[in-house]
Design a protein. Structure first.
Length: 136
């Protein structure tokens, strides 16, 4: 067997080499990631609850919008029982599903937002309200 595949003058490594280079994630539910692009580990006990709420709210909005756009791709026909009322109900149901998903771990967007805000100097719980112009 060859150690790689040759395509137009370049050599690509074999699939076993690629598999060795990919980090498989924490458990069966996590997708394989490269070590440089792994999700940050967030200790939510050290993060401002308002920041967590905002990050989960943003993730819920993203998931809700994604579900809305996905539903729009389904072709319409005259045989389905879709009415304006059922469309409203399904939209509210999708919103609730998105909020539940975001509060139970979601797709990792909330952790990305928290990591970004934490690295950009957003205050954590212990640093709130500490300014140099405090009154006694």
């Amino acid at each position: 067997m060859s150690q790689g595949v040759r395509i137009q003058g370049s050599s690509l490594p074999s699939s076993t080499f690629i598999r060795e280079q990919i980090h498989q994630g924490r458990d069966a539910r996590s997708a394989p990631t490269s070590p440089g692009h792994a999700l940050p580990v967030i200790d939510r006990s050290k993060v401002d609850p308002k920041m967590i709420e905002a990050a989960e709210g943003m993730e819920a909005m993203f998931i809700d919008y994604m579900m809305k756009v996905m539903r729009e791709t389904i072709p319409k026909n005259e045989m389905d029982l879709e009415s304006p009322a059922s469309q409203i109900y399904r939209g509210m149901q999708d919103t609730e599903y998105a909020q539940k998903a975001a509060h139970q771990g979601g797709i990792g967007l909330a952790d990305q937002v928290i990591a970004y805000l934490g690295s950009s100097g957003y205050p954590v719980i212990g640093e709130r309200g500490s300014s140099s112009k405090e009154k006694p």
